[in-house]
Design a protein around this ligand. Structure first.
Ligand code: XUL
Ligand code: CO
Length: 435
């Protein structure tokens, strides 16, 4: 036991002042006919929680992690697995997610890296079996090693593409072996810093080839979970090819990948793209591509990917409104791609951070469900579009009208009268009634 002073975090209700208890996340509580546990499918990420050290571009790590021996050895990695599962269990998180290089050290050759990964995966599997905790998704880190400086699947160097392919092949095998429910591609360095040196079309063609190879290999080994692309518009590159939900869906359609892919949407990436998270969720959702979410938030005053834990009830309410509207997360989950601040250096801060995020999402779920149950918001929207429910609207929507017909119609009618107010302020007040 690495946290003898911390018991399993339990639900104590909104009145509780215990900082190590849930005030809103009550796993068995039913909301819209489904338990909170099944709605949220909370997941802890290995990279921030187990590997984050609090370093930033201005200074070395600050995090105190007594289980770390300062080496990047397999032994240290195996000890981390024990710590990780104690954290997951105590948080009552049913899922976790990793990059290959988070869980096991890169070796001095590809073969050694594969062997390290397999060794640690064996231990991950044992811990999963012992605890019932499951792998939400796996992904390959195709951006940290210097070989990937120009990208991986979009590198100008074919050998780098091949190396990345080998890494993804192994990571797919391990993800399947661990019962991973999805497989994620975040763009890493797939993008460009400068178009003078870039053949964008060739790079995009290569990215699509890479994804098709992954689809083919998944079929070959019987990995059936969906692939997820995680959009992000910039950082580390100036322009990331998977810039937002719309760009990803266009790419997937253009290259015949739609049947195999959905999206993993992250709040801080949405805001970097100039969108709200609700926009990204709704955009993906109405195209049947809402796969999973990376739950976090940026900072209003900082323009980069700060990956903070989400604690804002407006944000989580908006997320849950969109998620419920589109029928839930399916095989995805609410994955905390979030890190404690550099100044929050003690191990216990990892608990405070996750408790806050889980409670904020549980509260958002309850508020969203209450808004939906009352139906005032949805009936306002329905009413706002009600002119489309008449004969003309139906004819247009079903593709049976024409410009000529509409010209004749307006010639006779004369003018289109504005019919309803948008009532934005009234609706904002309405939302506030539930918070
Ligand atoms: C980077 C990011 C990644 C992905 C997984 O901004 O969000 O951690 O979630 O590669
Ligand atoms: Co992410």
């Amino acid at each position: 036991m690495y946290f003898p002073e911390i018991n399993r975090i339990e639900y104590e209700g909104p009145q509780s002042k215990n900082p190590l208890a849930f005030r809103w996340y009550n796993p068995d509580e039913m909301v819209e006919g489904k338990s909170m546990r099944d709605h949220m499918r909370f997941s802890v990420v290995y990279w921030h929680t187990m590997r984050g050290d609090g370093s930033d571009p201005f200074g070395v790590g600050t995090a105190v992690r007594p289980w770390e021996d300062g080496t990047d050895s397999v032994d240290n990695a195996l000890r981390r697995v024990e710590v990780a599962f104690e954290i997951f269990e105590k948080l009552q998180a049913p899922f976790y997610a990793f990059h290959d290089r988070d869980v096991a050290p890169e070796g001095s050759s590809l073969a050694e890296s594969h062997a390290n990964f397999e060794r640690v995966a064996k231990s991950l599997k044992e811990h999963q079996q012992k605890t019932g905790i499951q792998l939400l998704w796996g992904t390959a880190n195709l951006f940290s090693n210097p070989r990937y400086m120009h990208g991986a699947a979009t590198s100008c160097n074919v050998d780098v593409f091949a190396y990345a392919a080998a890494q993804v092949k192994k990571c797919l095998e391990v993800t399947k072996e661990l019962g991973g429910q999805n497989y994620v591609f975040w763009g890493g360095r797939e993008g460009y810093q400068n178009l003078y040196n870039t053949d964008m079309q060739r790079e995009l063609d290569h990215l699509a080839r890479f994804f098709h190879m992954a689809v083919d290999y998944a079929k070959q080994i019987g990995f059936s979970g969906p692939f997820l692309i995680e959009p992000k518009p910039k950082e580390p590159t100036k322009h990331q090819y998977d810039s937002d939900a719309a760009a990803c869906l266009n790419f997937l359609r253009a290259y015949d990948l739609m049947p195999y892919f959905k999206l993993n949407l992250e709040t801080n990436h949405a805001t970097l793209a100039g969108h709200t998270m609700m926009h990204e969720l709704d955009y993906a959702g109405h195209q049947g591509a809402l796969g999973s979410i990376d739950a976090n938030t940026g900072d209003l005053l900082l323009g980069w990917d700060t990956d903070q834990f989400p604690t804002d009830y407006y944000l989580t309410t908006q997320c849950m409104l969109a998620i419920l509207k589109h029928g839930g997360l399916g095989s995805g989950g609410v994955n905390f791609d979030a890190k404690v601040r550099r100044e929050s250096f003690e191990p216990i801060d990892l608990f405070h951070a996750h408790i806050g995020g889980m409670d904020a999402f549980a509260r958002g779920l309850k508020i969203a469900a209450a808004i939906r149950a009352d139906g005032e918001l949805s009936s306002f929207v329905q009413q706002r579009y009600s002119s489309w429910d008449g004969e003309l609207g139906q004819k247009i929507e079903s593709g049976q009208s024409s410009l000529a017909e509409l010209e004749a119609y307006m010639m006779q009618k004369g003018e289109a009268q504005p019919n309803t107010s948008g009532r934005q302020e009234m609706l904002e007040n309405l939302i506030n009634r539930y918070l």
